[in-house]
Design a protein around this ligand. Structure first.
Ligand SMILES: Nc1nc2c(c(=O)[nH]1)N[C@H]1C(S)=C(S)[C@@H](COP(=O)(O)OP(=O)(O)OC[C@H]3O[C@@H](n4cnc5c(=O)[nH]c(N)nc54)[C@H](O)[C@@H]3O)O[C@H]1N2
Ligand SMILES: Nc1nc2c(c(=O)[nH]1)N[C@H]1C(S)=C(S)[C@@H](COP(=O)(O)OP(=O)(O)OC[C@H]3O[C@@H](n4cnc5c(=O)[nH]c(N)nc54)[C@H](O)[C@@H]3O)O[C@H]1N2
Ligand SMILES: [Mo]
Length: 781
């Protein structure tokens, strides 16, 4: 057993905290002293350990168990999400899960197992649920995986066509220190929401966004937030340009027109560093399609006055300017376009690669973007090799379940969906992250078997057949590291596992034993053996970078360590080498330059992703035909009070609810037109679904925009209480409203931010929220 230090510490995606212990039990989590801007999101983690929603024992959906015991495997009309569960002893539940995995791999092959299991899980190099599940499934013959993520799938696909790499998306940015010291005009599309920079995957030692914004302000830099919501950027003196959601490409085209028309475009840079500028210019001027993309044209679409667009273009051209863009912009119909256009506009401004000039994405989408990186990367649990080569784009999960064998396109490829019979999820919550949850629910009835590990009886667990209780990170020892934030720390178990909860690793080990794969899965190591093994590897990697790590036992009881930076990381400017020598440092695009036109994409022949950045009206936006029936654009952005759906039932998230509902913001005039007032319970709806919310009036929203953050645990009324596209969601989960549409035939990313809704008062008696209590249990029948 590992010694626990006097001062145990836990590391979460939202920060590092010292645990205050009394009589061997944690009573409080205090942020570590080196964090200048700690997040309150850890409140509630201790209370959650034994909250009513905790999964205490393995449980199996009642009619699933009855069917398997009778030797049946059909699932038609399966009551997933509605039915009671039977709690089983560990061995029986493990036997059942192992036999299901074995049956499916024998009958259909391992490709019938979907183990994409997308999601953030918890921080920690070893217990990281994605690594655990993927390693386990690889050891039993493999699984159909997913590619991309929900965060920036469209960007992931378009950037390589434009700049040859994904630099500037989640790594290799122009550094924050560089921007703080050099940039004169900072234009932030989607703002720089400090609420989002509360989190960083893998953990955080120091929250850095606010200190960098403060440095810019003190230096007197101009900061302009282009966003439908004013408080996306909370820093004094920031100028707000509200625009209609999903119209940024039109705005930037208007700016490009101004640059070209007034001779401010950097023709020399366009000639030496870009490909196809003439084709894009023909589109901007209207020579190719008859529509000049003038500031007036853009004003009509975006709602931003033409003069503002002109001034913005001139100011960016006349000063050292930097174009930041949140990841949110590409989670929308045609989400590839604003990213491509941002790069094109930056190319016309000609400052790419100059100190504090150019472009970059996601600076506040998570903490640590633009932070100088650590000099070495600490190892994670190796996942071994997946013998199954098939995959799906991550956000196409409902399509795949609904339409096995159906064709789809993806980045120039014609592919078909696999036939998935068993879905295994650990460390993610599709009933949080996926769009159009009523559609997902239909899709979810299709597989023969669904196995889930989670801590809590959230909607995912309720929609499982075999549900295993996983320990939380407060109940297990781990090593936390993030290259974004350059720290390394132990994360200590500060509580014994609740009830019968086990580590994901222990669950997979027990299954691997039953499936003859114990040796490859564990390699003979227990948790402590793995921590020591990973640490020894990390010590070698660090040594190669000239960093000496302490011995494991000293590390385990010692302080959180800040690690040295990659040399010169502070002076990083994205594409600097390419700027300085476009021949020697040519890009890996077909032309070796920035592609403002792509013959390769032209060859794909996609109507929704043309060969140069283009204004494509989204399927849902305020200018769409559908806006007559659903005249409000819903922004389902990230929640301030939690990470995704995690710990929705306690702490800061629970405290921010009103009458038990999530708060939705609306402009006072939009509310007045509907006879609605502050604090009203409202029904938000469209053809796909409906949810309840508590209404808050907010002047800092563009009219016609409503904002309801993600994360409320999906809590549909029982079947029967139907309304529009499905049962009423009682808590306020915006994904009952969002559309499940790929961003384009090229990217196939999620497009949550293109969503129209209507809002009305809700006068019926308020239904009780049920999802924070466990589901009903029955004795086996
Ligand atoms: N409408 C709309 N939808 C969105 C977005 C949006 O902007 N708008 N954003 C999207 C984005 S960018 C993302 S990344 C996704 C996020 O979606 P997810 O990452 O799927 O959301 P989480 O709530 O973090 O899900 C993590 C789940 O894992 C569980 N868990 C945590 N730790 C462990 C562990 O150690 N073991 C096990 N077994 N379980 C664990 C948690 O209890 C939780 O149920 O949401 C997407 N959905
Ligand atoms: N507290 C907290 N922080 C988080 C998360 C969380 O769940 N909670 N999730 C994390 C994850 S996984 C991710 S990927 C990141 C995501 O980070 P982002 O993608 O940056 O996050 P969002 O909150 O979806 O969007 C930010 C803002 O963009 C604006 N916006 C939306 N659409 C448009 C548009 O078309 N044009 C313009 N100009 N603006 C638009 C909205 O006003 C919105 O408030 O956040 C991370 N940070
Ligand atoms: Mo994300």
């Amino acid at each position: 057993m590992l010694d626990q230090p006097k001062q145990p510490r836990i590391v979460t995606h939202w920060g590092s905290y010292n645990a205050v212990m009394e009589k061997g039990r944690p009573v409080r989590l205090d942020p570590v002293g080196i964090d200048p801007d700690p997040s309150p999101l850890a409140e509630g983690m201790i209370a959650a350990l034994d909250a009513p929603a905790r999964i205490c024992r393995p449980a199996v959906r009642a009619s699933f168990l009855a069917a398997r015991e009778a030797g049946r495997i059909e699932t038609e009309g399966a009551g997933r999400g509605y039915e009671p569960f039977v709690e089983l002893p560990w061995d029986e539940a493990l036997d059942l899960a192992a036999s299901e995995l074995d049956r499916v791999r024998q009958s259909y092959g391992n490709g019938a197992i979907y183990g994409g299991s997308y999601g953030w899980g918890s921080a920690g190099r070893f217990h990281h649920a994605q690594s655990q599940i993927h390693r386990f499934l690889n050891c039993i013959g493999g699984y159909t995986r997913s590619v991309q993520n929900y965060s920036y799938a469209a960007a992931d696909m378009i950037l390589p066509h434009v700049i040859g790499t994904r630099r500037g998306l989640s790594t290799h940015h122009t550094s924050w220190p560089r921007i703080a010291e050099q940039t004169e005009t900072l234009v932030m599309f989607g703002g720089v929401p400090a609420r989002n920079a509360q989190v960083g995957s893998g953990g955080i030692a120091r929250h850095i966004v606010n200190e960098n914004l403060a440095a810019l302000r003190e230096r007197g830099a101009r900061m302009i937030s282009v966003s439908p919501i004013r408080d996306d950027t909370i820093v004094e003196g920031v100028e707000w340009i509200p625009l209609r959601p999903n119209t940024d490409t039109a705005l930037m085209l208007g700016m490009a027109h101004e640059l070209l028309a007034t001779g401010r475009a950097d023709r020399a840079f366009l000639a030496s560093h870009t490909h196809g500028a003439d084709r894009l210019e023909a589109y901007v001027t209207g020579a190719s399609d008859g529509t000049a993309k003038t500031p007036e044209w853009a004003a009509e679409i975006t709602g931003v006055p033409a003069q503002t667009i002109r001034d913005l273009a001139r100011d960016m051209a006349g000063t050292r300017s930097f174009l930041m863009m949140a990841w949110s912009l590409q989670r929308a119909d045609g989400g590839e376009q604003p990213y491509w256009m941002a790069i094109a506009l930056a190319a016309m401004l000609g400052q790419i690669g100059l100190p504090g000039g150019g472009f970059g994405f996601g600076y506040a989408s998570v903490n640590g973007i633009g932070n100088p990186k650590a000099a070495f990367a600490f190892p994670a649990l190796p996942q071994r090799v997946n013998p199954v080569k098939d995959y799906i784009p991550v956000a196409r999960i409902a399509d795949a379940l609904l339409h096995p064998g159906a064709p789809y396109t993806f980045d120039g490829e014609d592919r078909t969906y696999p036939d998935l019979k068993l879905v295994y999820w650990a460390g993610g919550n599709p009933f949080h992250h996926h769009q159009d949850l009523n559609r997902l629910r239909d899709a979810w009835q299709r597989p023969e078997t669904i196995i889930v590990h989670d801590h809590f009886w959230n909607a995912l667990a309720r929609h499982g057949d075999i549900v295993f209780p996983a320990t939380t990170q407060l109940e297990r020892n781990d090593i936390a590291f993030s290259s974004n934030d350059r720290f390394l720390s132990p994360s200590h178990a500060i509580s014994a596992p609740h009830a019968e909860a086990r580590d994901d690793f222990a669950i997979f080990t027990a299954l691997a034993e039953r499936l003859g794969a114990a040796e490859p899965f564990t390699e003979g190591r227990d948790v402590e053996g793995w921590l020591r093994h990973l640490y020894a590897q990390g010590t070698r990697t660090a040594a190669a970078a000239g960093v000496t790590l302490p011995a494991f036992d000293d590390f385990w009881t010692g302080d959180l360590m800040m690690l040295p930076e990659v040399p010169e990381a502070r002076e990083a400017d994205l594409l600097k080498a390419f700027r300085e020598d476009p021949v020697a440092a040519r890009l890996t695009t077909p032309s070796g330059k920035i592609q403002l036109y792509s013959e390769k994409i032209e060859g794909f022949g996609y109507d929704d992703c043309p060969p140069h950045p283009s204004w494509l009206p989204p399927q849902e936006w305020l200018g769409a035909e559908a806006a007559r029936r659903f005249p409000l654009h819903l922004m389902s952005n990230q929640p301030k009070t939690k990470l995704h759906s995690q710990y929705d039932h306690t702490g800061t998230s629970r405290a921010a609810k009103r009458q038990g509902r999530e708060v939705m913001r609306m402009h006072p005039q939009d509310a007045a037109e509907r006879g609605l007032a502050e604090g009203d319970i409202v029904r938000v709806f469209n053809d796909r679904g409906a949810c309840l919310a508590s209404l808050a009036l907010e002047e800092g929203l563009l009219r016609g925009v409503v904002q309801l953050a993600t994360g409320a645990w999906f809590d549909p009324e029982p079947v029967g209480a139907s309304s529009n596209g499905g049962p009423l969601d009682r808590q306020g989960n915006p994904n009952v409203l969002t559309a499940d549409r790929g961003t384009s035939k090229l990217g196939q990313g999620p497009s949550a931010h293109s969503c129209l809704v209507e809002v009305e008062g809700f006068d019926a008696p308020l239904p009780e929220v049920s999802v924070f209590d466990p589901p009903p249990f029955v004795e086996r029948g």
